[in-house]
Write a protein that binds this ligand. Structure first.
Ligand SMILES: Cc1ncc(COP(=O)(O)O)c(C=O)c1O
Length: 376
């Protein structure tokens, strides 16, 4: 299976993890039940949120936030283009129109508060910020902007499990946050997500919509807490299942430790690449303990990125680009993509290097020497 000597990302599932999952299969209760409820409580405590609603993906969490916040046709929502397309799709699912705003700069790949302010119009209802690589970006400025204009702030915290700014967990700066537990994420379990919020009404609405708008769940009925149900809203099936909740609980217990190991990898890269003609935009700012979800470098203008990546691939090193910008996808460009020069600049020059908690010193040296050769 291992095609790469240094893959972009990797995950270790221990025998104890497998046992915890097997125990769930033996229990005979497979979807949303005690493991999911315990995971929600533990994740709420971990992030300092009043509510955590476990769902089948971050995309589902984002969609639930948008829907439960009342976004719909006729509304506009400001979004980054430098993100995974799900951030934008979640807005579009509701009928609201995503309006792209630029990132802050070539070494600041997150939504610019100034660009957002310029994009606000009479139909604007919300801003979706994305915590790029687990970084806080302009979150405080965005919060004060949305407060001044009476807008909803949604945080796509897919990258940010374990990221804290001055002790406050990312995903909790807005009205609601959405986390991803997709395989390549810091808390990867295959598929899964979590919505966090301090807003009681939003959480209750999201819980209702997560399971078909039904007033009781199978688990409630199994325990004899109810015998029937009503359907009071047009909901979805966005439930998480018990085996993955069990795996997530185990992985949450070691998330901080794994993120500290990622921090050592990031520090190792920064040291090894310090003298090279490239920028490393994800150097943590003061007060930030990031998840180190990604390690990206930005090549000089005019550098041949394809050739650079091809050289690393020949050395067995997998790289990626985060992200092909959403405003250039056919579905969102309408033939005339928005003008986002900083996003285009970053998207055309950045390269994501391998990053995972157990990346070995030997692998880091291989990556650094291949980067050096490729730039030569
Ligand atoms: C920034 C961002 N938002 C949303 C998502 C969607 O997450 P999921 O795959 O859990 O739906 C991802 C996943 O890759 C992501 O990176």
């Amino acid at each position: 299976m291992a095609r790469w000597s240094v893959p972009l990302t990797d995950v270790v599932i221990s025998d104890d993890d497998i046992e915890a999952v097997t125990d769930v299969y033996r229990s005979g209760w497979l979807s949303m039940g005690p493991e999911t409820a315990a995971f929600e409580q533990e994740f709420a405590a971990y992030t300092g949120s009043r509510h955590a609603v476990a769902v089948s993906s971050c995309t589902a969490a984002l969609h639930l936030v948008c829907t439960a916040s009342g976004l719909g046709a006729g509304d506009e929502v400001i979004v980054p283009s430098l993100t995974f397309v799900a951030t934008v799709n979640a807005v579009a699912y509701t009928g609201a129109r995503p309006v792209f705003a630029d990132v802050a700069g070539p070494e600041r790949p997150w939504l610019s508060a100034e660009a957002c302010e310029l994009a606000i119009g009479p139909r604007t209802k919300a801003i979706v910020a994305m915590d790029y690589g687990g970084h806080a970006g302009d979150l405080e400025a965005l919060r004060s902007l949305t407060d001044r204009h009476g807008l909803i702030l949604i945080e796509d915290a897919a990258h940010a499990a374990g990221s804290r700014l001055h002790g406050r967990h990312l995903g909790t700066f807005g009205d609601a946050g959405a986390f991803s537990f997709f395989s390549n994420k810091n808390l990867g379990i295959g598929e899964g997500g979590m919505l966090v919020t301090d807003d009681d009404a939003l959480a209750a609405r999201a819980r209702l919509l997560r399971s078909h708008g039904m007033t009781t769940l199978s688990w409630d009925r199994f325990r004899g807490h109810a015998s029937t149900y009503d359907v009071v809203a047009l909901g979805f099936n966005y439930r998480l299942d018990e085996p993955r909740a069990a795996l997530a609980r185990r992985r949450l217990g070691r998330l901080d430790d794994e993120n500290r190991r990622r921090a050592l990898v990031a520090a190792g890269y920064l040291e090894a690449l310090a003298d090279l003609p490239l920028a490393a935009p994800l150097t943590p700012r003061e007060g930030l303990t990031p998840s180190h979800h990604l390690f990206t470098i930005v090549l000089e203008p005019g550098a041949d990125r394809d050739a650079f990546r091809a050289h690393l691939a020949r050395r067995g090193i997998e790289t990626s680009v985060h992200y092909p910008p959403a405003h250039r996808f056919s579905i969102y460009s309408d033939g005339a993509p928005a003008r986002l020069p900083e996003t285009d600049g970053y998207a055309s020059r950045s390269v994501t290097l391998p990053m995972f908690a157990h990346l070995q010193g030997r692998q880091l040296d291989e990556v650094a020497s291949a980067v050096r050769e490729a730039l030569d």
